[in-house]
Design a protein around this ligand. Structure first.
Ligand SMILES: [Zn+2]
Length: 392
C-alpha cells in the first residue's frame, strides 16, 4: 500500500505509475487530440529497445511500439484520448489538474483510460529492467481516436500490421472493466452493435380530412409495438440475449392541424453471436412487409460481436489478478463496444481488463491511486506468466 493521502502533489511523493498518470491527465487530449501523450510514452520505451512507429491517419495519432521479433506477440492496447469535460464549473477540481484527494486521482481520463495506460507502461518498464528471459515479443498499441469516430485509430493500425503480416497473438485492452473492486471483472468479448434509421412514408394532409391523407404515425404504431416485442434469441452461456432499443421517434410539422408526411425512427440492437446482423435485417424487412408500410431503412453495423473463449490468456490474467489483489475474477461480455472489436479480427485472444468504471465519462472522474499501482503489478505479473516461460 502506498497510502495516498490528501493533496499530495509533488511528484517525488508518488510511485512511478502515478507520476506518469498525473503527466498524462494534465494533457487535455480530448478526441482526436493526443497532446503529446504518445510521444511521452515512446520516449520512455525507446531507450528500453522498443522500435517506435508513430502512425498518423487523418487527424489521429497512433503509436505502435514493439520489443522483440519473436512470437508470440503480446500487445497492450489502449487510448490516450478522453471525452469532453462537459460543464467545467461542475467539477470540484479543474478536470485537467490531476488533483489527488482522499487517495484518488481526479481528472478527465483518470479512469478511462490513462490510469491503465500509465500502469501498462511502468509494468513493461519493470519487466524489461528485471532482465528476465522473454520468449516472444511485447508491444503497445495506443490511439487517440477511441472515444470518437474510431475510424483512423486502432482499426487502421491493425490493418497496417495485418498487411505486413505482423501477427498479434495475445491482446489486453486496458478499458476500465472492474465494477466493485479491482480485479472482479475481465471482459472476454463484447456484443455487436447494429443501428437503423427507418423512415415510414405517408401523405401529408389536414387532420379534418384524414381520408385525403395517409398518417405514417398511425401506420407505425403496430409495427413498432411488434418490433420491440421480438425475442431475437436466447443468448448463450457467454452472452445475454440480444436487445433492441428505440432511441428516437420524430414526425410532425409543428402544426396541430397537419397530418405529417413521414415518420423517422432510430433504433439500435446490441446483438450476441447467437444471431447475425443479416438475420436481424431480414426479420425487420419481413415485419415491414407484413404491416404493409412504405418505408426506407438504413442500417449501420458499427461492431461485430467477438468472444475469446476461456484459455491461456484468460487463465493468465485471472492468475495475475489473484496473486496481486486476491480477487476471483468473473468473465463478462456486457457493456458497450470497445476497440477490442478491431483487434479480435486478427487476434484469437483479446481480453479487456482495467480499473473501476464507476465514474467514467462523468463529472469528477476519479481513480484510486492504490488500484492503479496494483494494476501495474498485475500487468507485470501477466507479462511474466505469458512471456517468461521459464517461470510458468
Ligand atoms: Zn475507454
Amino acid at each position: 500500500m502506498n497510502g495516498y493521502n490528501d493533496k499530495l502533489n509533488t511528484k517525488s511523493q508518488h510511485s512511478e505509475t502515478i507520476a506518469l498518470l498525473i503527466d498524462l491527465v494534465q494533457r487535455a487530449s480530448v478526441t482526436p487530440a493526443d497532446e503529446g501523450c504518445q510521444k511521452l510514452i515512446a520516449n520512455r520505451l525507446q531507450p528500453l529497445g522498443f522500435s517506435i512507429e508513430h502512425m498518423r491517419f487523418g487527424d489521429v495519432d497512433n503509436l505502435w511500439a514493439r520489443l522483440g521479433t519473436d512470437e508470440p506477440v503480446l500487445v497492450f492496447a489502449g487510448h490516450t484520448d478522453v471525452v469532453p469535460v462537459g460543464n467545467e464549473a461542475d467539477w470540484t477540481n479543474p478536470p485537467f489538474s490531476a488533483t489527488i484527494e482522499d487517495g484518488h486521482l481526479c481528472g478527465r481520463g483518470a479512469a478511462d483510460m490513462k490510469g491503465s495506460v500509465a500502469a501498462m507502461v511502468t509494468a513493461m518498464e519493470r519487466f524489461v529492467a528485471s532482465g528476465q528471459p522473454m520468449q516472444g515479443s511485447l508491444a503497445i498499441l495506443l490511439t487517440s481516436d477511441e472515444e470518437g469516430p474510431a475510424v483512423n485509430g486502432t482499426k487502421k493500425v491493425v490493418e497496417a500490421l495485418h498487411s505486413r503480416n505482423e501477427a498479434i497473438h495475445y491482446c489486453v485492452v486496458g478499458e476500465p472493466t472492474s465494477v466493485n473492486q479491482l480485479g472482479d471483472t475481465i471482459k472476454n468479448g463484447r456484443r455487436g452493435s447494429l443501428s437503423a434509421k427507418l423512415v415510414v412514408h405517408g401523405k401529408q394532409g389536414h387532420v379534418a380530412y384524414p381520408h385525403l391523407a395517409d398518417n405514417p404515425v398511425h401506420k407505425a404504431f403496430k409495427f413498432l409495438d411488434e418490433l420491440v416485442c421480438i425475442k431475437w434469441d436466447e443468448g448463450d452461456e457467454n452472452f445475454p440475449a440480444t436487445t433492441l432499443q428505440i432511441s428516437n421517434i420524430a414526425a410532425g410539422t409543428g402544426a396541430g392541424n397537419v397530418i405529417p408526411g413521414s415518420l423517422t425512427v432510430d433504433f439500435n440492437l446490441r446483438f450476441s453471436p447467437a444471431i447475425t446482423s443479416k438475420q436481424i435485417q431480414e426479420q425487420v424487412d419481413q415485419l415491414i412487409g407484413k404491416h404493409g408500410i412504405a418505408a426506407d431503412i438504413k442500417w449501420n453495423e458499427s461492431a461485430a460481436p467477438f468472444l475469446t473463449p476461456t484459455g491461456s490468456l484468460t487463465d493468465a490474467m485471472r492468475q495475475a489478478i489473484g496473486s496481486v489483489v486476491n480477487v476471483e475474477s468473473t468473465l463478462d461480455t456486457g457493456g458497450g463496444t470497445s476497440d477490442g472489436r478491431f483487434i479480435a479480427k486478427s487476434c484469437a485472444q483479446v481480453i479487456e481488463f482495467g480499473p473501476l468504471n464507476a465514474t467514467i465519462h462523468q463529472t469528477n472522474e476519479r481513480i484510486s491511486c492504490d488500484d492503479i499501482d496494483s494494476l501495474s503489478i498485475i500487468y507485470e505479473k501477466l507479462l511474466e506468466i505469458i512471456l517468461n516461460t521459464s517461470e510458468s
